[in-house]
Design a protein around this ligand. Sequence first.
Ligand code: ASP
Length: 341
Amino acid sequence: MKIKFLFALVVLFSLVSCGETTKAKVEKVSHPDYAIVIHGGAGTILKKNMSVEKEKAYRDALNSALNIGEEILKSGGNSIDAVEKTIQFMENSELFNAGKGAVFTHDGKNEMDASIMYGKDQNAGAVGGVTNIKHPISAARAVMEKSEHVMMSGAGAESFVQNNKIEIVDPAYFRTERRWESLQRILKSEKGETMLSEDEDKDKKHGTVGCVALDREGNITAGTSTGGMTNKKFNRLGDSPIIGAGTYADNATCGVSCTGHGEYFIRYTVARDIAALMEYGGKSLAESSDYIINDKLVAKGGAGGIVALDRNGNIAMDFNTAGMYRGFAKPDERVVKIYKD
Ligand code: ASP
């Protein structure tokens, strides 16, 4: 009797451990070792308006940004670090409307917004309207990890991060001639002194950077950083610092970073809506993203795009504008694109 009991125990134990091994195997092969996807803004980006040098500069910057995140993920680093460091690189580049290279407000200032969300526990952090933080994405991370809040703005956010060892710079650091000229042209056009081309008019809205990463542990992080829209007034905030609008991450579904006309992305909670279609509607990432960006948002008049990835490492890079600076990297694949295919 005792022997039979012992035998039954052994069989039961091996069944349980075998089940666990199978489950672990299934989970292991269900997502790639890592995946990372980035954007550098969507808009009226047309080949006819692009010089060979400018196009190369954008492609090089996108590749370098991907290299930074990929290195971290390849060596087993976590997705939060990958997203922060990748976005920091893009914030340092004058090519993008984030950090150095941020656009100007109506009053001639640079006011930046950023957010980050971790899909494992859905912790999140965001800053809005900051003027002297070199890396707004790092400030968003500090809010996520070192405070009980999700969102801080203006002077309050600036003083919070100073106590958390985030680099502060003189606001003049963010000034670039290219962005200053864009503001001057828009101000002149408001006074009727010049006419903006259709492309210029549309592009008042575009240029944000964003990154979504999946690490070896299967954790997804999404982050977004922006200078907002040229000529913005009244401390206007866009979608980029708003969790659910410009940024969203949930390990169970996907991570999303948006770029485009922020007011629409806020009204239609674009990032969360893509995840919700997966969560409640059982749709794939590709179906959800395509529907929200190319059907729903188009019908509402909202221009822009998203980059996203799901827990299996599937990538989406949808946009309803002429182009979007974008790219992704996985263990055996690297893509960098600017225009529509
Ligand atoms: N979404 C940003 C905003 O509205 C701008 C952009 O993505 O270009 O502030």
